[in-house]
Structures are given as structure tokens and as C-alpha cells.
Design a protein around this ligand. Structure first.
Ligand code: FCB
Length: 447
């Protein structure tokens, strides 16, 4: 029995990437700068001092990438559109050359028999919108709805599956509270304002995209973490509830029309400063599926300051990946049950999951058994969830190939395909061959 047999014919097998992490060519064909261009060129922001000016050169090599997706046996390729290629400053003039580029990418997928799954926003906000206030400014939510309308009209005839946002948690918390990600803000008001405006943009964007592409299947993705181990002590339960509210529920519940879970995390009362009448309805998104992204569990600690919530932190006594992320396959099962329990989604897709290890390329092979094990154990959780009645019908591996891992630079390797950044040579890892075998792809090791 292969995994494809196990999960059945209606299950979508895919791999994922994101524009900024793979494309390079930051100035090609009229592209405007994004906040990640700015951030990655700011000294001290990227762990290994690298940037994504070349990355995997996929702006030019997209046909090779898509051939790999096909040869590995995947049905679908999830990639993101770079907003500043299409809308260089985020408002005003649309850049036709950027629009044409993604049309070619989409058509190349269709020619290869691979279904394009398109993410509208995977963190690369046009710098022009940042200069006008970024996500802490309410206007950015309206600009996002305009952008959704533009791409829905441009590609509605060739794209069926859409995802509005990639992981609002990282945009809002890593971008505006911890400052680890672009735009690098560390401010409580910026965090609260951007939380609200990203949620608002999800609602507005869903309706704009639906109007432009009525046949589209529209989702959005969320980084979700299972119930958090918060250690012993009387405050543990409180810390756990607060962390759950801040990390999971504050992103899920507003888009389901449930408002903010401020009773469990009073810090969220601060959002009221930005809420306007009618926002609860405006945030409620018109979605056909939820994309669940699961890597690890975040842990919470109580901070003994009045009104301050919890700090998520990695760290575990168990097995970890090369980025220090705890490997906890059952966490994926928990997260899927949790999302299903809302009763709001007819369809759930795991839009990301994967692991980085210290891969070694030797004699043309990358032997990465721990990655195979990671996928095997996580996919067993998906199969078990399906057997329990959770309507999860797809899994996207992160990532097709090694790429620019945000603030960690080029060091972590998450790919099923190894990339030599000096030569751009791609080498399918053993985990890639394993998928090909499971999914019926044509790729086979030559030695
Ligand atoms: C996720 C991101 C993705 C990638 C993986 C490792 O949080 O969505 O772009 O960086 O982590």
C-alpha cells in the first residue's frame, strides 16, 4: 500500500513554496521593493547575513521547479504571488509585466498536469504600503481587497484554489511584536492594530476575490499550535488559556464571526482602539476551506507582570529538528481535531508541514531518513484524523526545495530537493524519491 492508496483518490498531494523565499530577481520587470527586501538588507536581521536576491533563482527557473513537482508525483504546487510584482507600490498602477509572469507560471503548471494553488500574501508587503503605515494602518486592509480583486480577475480563468493569507500569526506577532520578521516592529499597539487589520483584510479580501472569481475555491492558512505545555504551578492553566487565545483563537475566531477571545487574554481588549462599528461582520470571511500549517508546539510561560500574557518559546526535552523545533506528530492530530470542533469548515487542507535537518550532499545523494520519518508520522496523523471524520483532504509538504528561510537565511534546509546555492544545482533528496514512490511520480535515484 502506498500513501496515495491509503489517503484515497480525493486527497490532494502538494508541495509548497513562497515567492520571496525562492524567486530572487528583486528588480525584474518593474517589481517594487517589499518589506522583506528592505529587512533582509538591514544589517543584523538575517542570522547568516545572507539575503534573498538570488535565493533559488526561481523567477527564471520556474519551469524546472514545476518539472520537479511533477516528477516527484505531486498533484499540486502551492506558490505565492509577490504583491509588489503585480502592484509595485501596493496601490495605483498595476504592473502588467508582473501579471504576465505569473500567468506563465500558472500555465506552465497546467501544461505539466500540476494544479496551481495560489497564495495571495506570503509576507512580502509592498514597501510603499509599509511607508504609508503597513498593517497597523487600516487602509492596508482595503489595499489588500483591491489586490485580491486584481488577481482574481487576472487569473480566475486558470486558478481554482486560492489562499488569501499565509500565517497571519507570523505577520502580526513576528513582524510587529517580537520584531524578528519584517517590518521588524516591537510594539504593543502595532501588534494589536496589525492583528485587527489582517483579520479585517481576510474578510474584505475573501469577498473581493469571490466577486472577481465566483468559481474559485477560497481558503486562508493559519499557523496553529496544539494545547501548550506550560509547566507546573497554579498559573499554568491561566498561561495556557491565554497563550491559546493569543496564538490560535485571535486569528481563527474573528474570521468565523466570533470576535476576539479577550476573556482568556485581556490584552486583546486593546484591539478595541482600532475596531469600528460593523467590523465583526466585515472580518467574517467567506471561505471554502481552512489551510492548517503545523510544524511544532509553542510553549507558554507566565510573565508575572499585570496584564501581560505569555511568551511562546520553543524548547523541548524530545526530538528536535535543526531549527530546534520539537517534533510532535500527534500535535497535528490535535490541531486538526481542534479546527474541526468549530464546526465551521467543510474542508481542511494541511497547507504546510515539514522539517529542516543538516542534510549532506554526498556522491550525488542526500540521505535524509529523519525527514522521511517526519512525513510518515505526520501523514499517519492525517490519515487517523480522516478516519475520525475530520474532513482533511490534502497535504502540502514544505518545501519543494531548500530556500531562503526568512530571518534564518539560507542555513536551514527544508526541501525535498537540495539546492547548491553557488551553482543552483538541484538534487532530489531521498525524501523526494520516497514521495515519488508513494505518489507514483517518475523520479528514481540513478545510483
Ligand atoms: C512557515 C512559513 C514558511 C516556511 C516554514 C518553514 O511558518 O509559512 O514560509 O518558512 O515556516
Amino acid at each position: 500500500m502506498t500513501l496515495r492508496d491509503d489517503l484515497g483518490p480525493d486527497f490532494t498531494w502538494g508541495v509548497a513554496t513562497a515567492a520571496f523565499q525562492i524567486e530572487g530577481s528583486p528588480h525584474a520587470d518593474g517589481k517594487g521593493p517589499s518589506i522583506w527586501d528592505t529587512f533582509s538588507h538591514t544589517p543584523g536581521k538575517i542570522g547568516d547575513g545572507s539575503n534573498a536576491d538570488v535565493a533559488t533563482d526561481s523567477y527564471r527557473r520556474y519551469r524546472d521547479d514545476i518539472a520537479l513537482v511533477r516528477d516527484l508525483g505531486f498533484d499540486a504546487y502551492r506558490f505565492s504571488l509577490s504583491w509588489p510584482r503585480i502592484h509595485p507600490t501596493g496601490s495605483g498602477r498595476v504592473n502588467q509585466a508582473g501579471v504576465d509572469h505569473y500567468r506563465r507560471v500558472i500555465e506552465a503548471c497546467l501544461e505539466a498536469g500540476v494544479e496551481p494553488w495560489v497564495t495571495l500574501f506570503h509576507w512580502d508587503l509592498p514597501q510603499g504600503l509599509q511607508d504609508a503605515g503597513g498593517w497597523p494602518s487600516r487602509d492596508t486592509a482595503s489595499r489588500f481587497a483591491d489586490y485580491a480583486e486584481i488577481v482574481g480577475s487576472a487569473y480566475g480563468d486558470v486558478v481554482r484554489h486560492w489562499m488569501l493569507f499565509n500565517e497571519p500569526l507570523n505577520i502580526v506577532i513576528s513582524g510587529h511584536l517580537t520584531g524578528m520578521f519584517a517590518p521588524g516592529q516591537k510594539s504593543l499597539p502595532a501588534y494589536l492594530a496589525s492583528l485587527h487589520h489582517v483579520n479585517l483584510a481576510t474578510g474584505l479580501g475573501s469577498r473581493a476575490l469571490r466577486a472577481a472569481d465566483p468559481d474559485g475555491v477560497i481558503g486562508t492558512t493559519q499557523y496553529l499550535t496544539p494545547p501548550l505545555g506550560s509547566g507546573p504551578g497554579p498559573l499554568a492553566g491561566m498561561a495556557e488559556r491565554a497563550a491559546d487565545a493569543v496564538l490560535n483563537r485571535a486569528f481563527l475566531e474573528p474570521i468565523l464571526g466570533m470576535g476576539y477571545p479577550w476573556r482568556d487574554a485581556q490584552i486583546l481588549l486593546g484591539v478595541r482602539a482600532w475596531e469600528k462599528d460593523g467590523d465583526r461582520e466585515a472580518m467574517t470571511a467567506d471561505l471554502d476551506f481552512l489551510g492548517v500549517q503545523y510544524y511544532t508546539r509553542l510553549r507558554a510561560r507566565w510573565l508575572p507582570l499585570p496584564g501581560v500574557w505569555t511568551v511562546p518559546g520553543f524548547g523541548s526535552s524530545g526530538e528536535v529538528t535543526s531549527t530546534g523545533w520539537e517534533i510532535l506528530p500527534e500535535g497535528l492530530g490535535m490541531v486538526l481535531d481542534r479546527v474541526h470542533a468549530y464546526g465551521a469548515f467543510d474542508r481542511i487542507v494541511v497547507t504546510e508541514g515539514g522539517a529542516s535537518f543538516d542534510d549532506v550532499l554526498e556522491d550525488g545523494r542526500v540521505n535524509d531518513p529523519r525527514r522521511i520519518d517526519y512525513y510518515r508520522t505526520h501523514l499517519a496523523q492525517v490519515a487517523a484524523a480522516r478516519a475520525r471524520g475530520v474532513p482533511v483532504d490534502g497535504y502540502f509538504a514544505w518545501s519543494l526545495m531548500d530556500n531562503f528561510e526568512w530571518a534564518l537565511g539560507l542555513v536551514p534546509r527544508f526541501g525535498l530537493v537540495h539546492v547548491d546555492y553557488d551553482t543552483q544545482q538541484r538534487t532530489i533528496k531521498d525524501s523526494g524519491y520516497w514521495f515519488a514512490e508513494q505518489l507514483g511520480g517518475s523520479a528514481r535515484p540513478s545510483i
